[in-house]
Structure formats: C-alpha cells, structure tokens
Design a protein around this ligand. Sequence first.
Ligand code: ATP
Length: 451
Amino acid sequence: MSENITPAPVESKELTSFADLVSLCKRRGFIFPSSEIYGGIGSCWDYGPLGVELKLNIKNSWWKAMTDREDVEGLDASILMHPRTWEASGHVEGFVDPLVDCKNCKARFRADKMDEAQLKAGECPTCGKKGTLTEPRNFNLMFKTHMGPLEESASIVYLRPETAQGIFVNFENVQQSARQKVPFGIAQIGKAFRNEITPGNFIFRTREFEQMEMQYFVKPGTDMEWFEKWKEIRLNWHLGNGLRRKKLQFHTHGPTELAHYARAAFDVEYEFPIGWQEIEGIHNRSDFDLRRHQEFSKKKLEYFEESTKERYLPFVIETSVGCDRALLAILCDSYRVEGDRTVLKLHPKLAPYKVAVFPLMKKPELLEMTDKVFNTLKKNFRTTYDESGTIGKRYRRQDEIGTPYCVTIDYDGVADNTVTVRERDGMTQQRISADQLVNYINDQMLAWKSE
Ligand code: ATP
C-alpha cells in the first residue's frame, strides 16, 4: 500500500435535486418512507440506523450549545396539553391555511401559495379546468384526537403543533424550581404535528417533525438587545455544524409578514435544491404568550425582580429550528459527487461513524492487529468494521455515509506497528504509529473545517 498520498483534486458536483439524496438515504439506511410495505403514508419518514445517529448528533449539538450555559434550563413537556392552551396561544382560531378545492378533479390547494391569475379565474392547476375551484375556506392545521373512551367534543385534545407552549405554561415551574433570575431561557426538543396541506420535498415539510426550541425570558426594554444576541448565537451554531456561509442567508420579516404575536422576526435560510428556504425562525414574541396564558388560566405569571422590586411579565425571544429540516440542510450541504465517488462531507462530530477499520486482506496475521486497533478505536469513537471487497470499494462505501477516517491494517503495519489513515475529504493517506492513532484522529476531528 502506498503511503502519504495526496491525490489530485477532481471536479466536485453538488446536489441538484432531492431525488439523488432520497435514493442514497434509502439505500444506506438514513431515511426510509414510513410504512413502506403498505405503500407508504403521505409525508411520513422513518430514520434508519445511520439516520437516527445523525439526528441524535444534531440534537446533541443543539442541546449542548443551548444548555451548557448557566442561564438556560432544559424541559421535556408532554405532547398532549390542556385544550385551553391552544385557545390561549391563538392556534384554535388562527393556525389556519386558506384552502380551495377543485370540484372537477378533487385536488386541494393552498390559496395563498397559488398563482393569482389562476385563483381569480378559478382555474385548477392540476386538471386545468376553469371555474372549478371553490372559494377559499380556512383549514386548521392542528391534529385533533380524543382523550379517554368517549369521542365527544368535551374530550377533544390536540397533538401539539409546536413545542413552545409546553415551555410557556411551565415558565413559573422552571423559574422557581431552578431558582433562575430573568433573563433566562428554557430549551426543549420534541415532536410537533401539523396537518400540512402541501407537505413534501422529502423531509423538508412533513406532518410529524421534531423541533428544537428555546424561549428566552427577558425584561421588557432589553428584548431587542437579546434578539440581536440570539441571532448571532444561532448563526454560529449552523456554521459550527459545517454549513457553508455562502449557503446561509437571513431574512428579516417586514411588517406585513410578522405573525400576530411577533414584534420582530428573522429567518435563517438555507439554499436547498428547491431554493432559499427557512430552517430556523428567531422571534421577539413580546409578552404575548405569558399575557394570554395568564388571561386564560387566571393564574398570575408575573415575575418579581428582587433587585428593583419591580413586577412584570417578561418578554420572550424565541429560537425555533426544525431538527429534520436542519438535518436535511446538513445532508444537502455535505453531498458531493467527485469522479466515481459520492461523498457526504459531514462535520466529523455529526457523522454517524467517525472511523472505519479495514484489514487489507482476511488473513489471520492481519486480523489479530485489526481486532486490537478496532477495540481501541471503539472505546473512543463510534467505529465500524469492513473486510469485504477491495480497499477502494470499502472507501467508497464509507464516503457515501460520511465516515471521515478509514484505517487500514497491512503487512508492513503489522511488522512496524503502523496503520494507514485515509481522510475522506481530500482522500489523503498517512502512515502513522498505531499508538498515536487515537490522538491523531482526535486532532484531525478538532481541526476539521468545511470548504
Ligand atoms: P413554514 O413557513 O415553512 O411553514 P413556519 O414559519 O410555520 O414554517 P415555525 O412555526 O416558525 O415555522 O417553526 C419553526 C421551525 O420548525 C421551522 O423553521 C422549520 O425548521 C420547522 N418546521 C415547521 N414546520 C415544519 C414541517 N411541516 N416539517 C418540518 N419542519 C417544520
């Protein structure tokens, strides 16, 4: 085996359509269509062995960034909440999309996403017939179910459409039990459900998804200052996951775009193959939520500030990112086709496996050392093993799932206790002492940078 090789760079092609990614994700066990043996169910997806690792790594990256601070506490609230919650939050009344139906072909569309001329003419975008569309009707996006054995209106509960409300209703519990002082935040990761009219684009818009949200409670008057601080912190988180700066942009909402609760809002957008789209929203929600919950629950939610003896309802800065959408951005950003290989140039901290170990051949002389190396690596990194096919083929398999380092054990290595480490992005190979391997990989992981 040749050593310390740096191959000539080849042309690197980026992802141009979701189709290639969907196929890789299925083939390699990142993401499968849900209930596939029954023909699948609209816009629901299952994370396979590698997908669940990648997702966990993203959640850990977020959790660490948000809760490794003295001023942020964690929470895991339940999905089902008292139905009054959703009256207070405005979701029962306001969480609606205007829908039109085609009387001819029965297709259904969001009026606010349709071409205006078509909508005016009542022309169906699917069957092309004119005058077949109904007037827009409001459709609530919350999934309804019943609690207990009786299916009556008194037993209606909703699957939460966002995790935020679990945080607002626990504001006082967390503040008092954790003895926090304003400003402080509450962070939560959890499932949310929305009966989206136009789901699709792989995991971009689904009806069941995971959110990573943080509500930061501040003194009124200091809210815009904190809004700016959180914008910067959140941008750095996305960059810290390896997303390239040129693929990120910010969109500040104009007065007509602002949600009913927001004083200021700002989206982090990523350039997907379908164009620039929101991956995270950062909102200044004023005291809207606490005020409404105070009104609807009749429970005082004011905060008493010891130092000034003031009583007030804190304002809230919210950061809300979809875990699945962030994962999609990370996959899109890392996907490349270079010559005969497809590679995911994932940040090593997010890659499902950090290291793969290969014996050059299935010979007992090599397997003994391979076992030793594998067991040492496993104690330090998530490590996989592959002994089938040529080394080139094994590299390709690992490239496609984003494993940043491949370690090969050959005859020279057994003789002088060395291994060859091949690095995924530049495909360079380096022969190093087996005793140095763990330190070497740690150093390489820490030094990793996206393009
Ligand atoms: P959109 O305009 O795309 O419907 P939104 O503005 O309603 O999104 P928020 O309510 O601010 O989204 O939710 C915060 C984050 O949750 C979004 O930035 C996105 O990452 C994620 N998210 C929202 N809806 C979905 C969905 N249906 N599928 C996957 N992720 C979602």
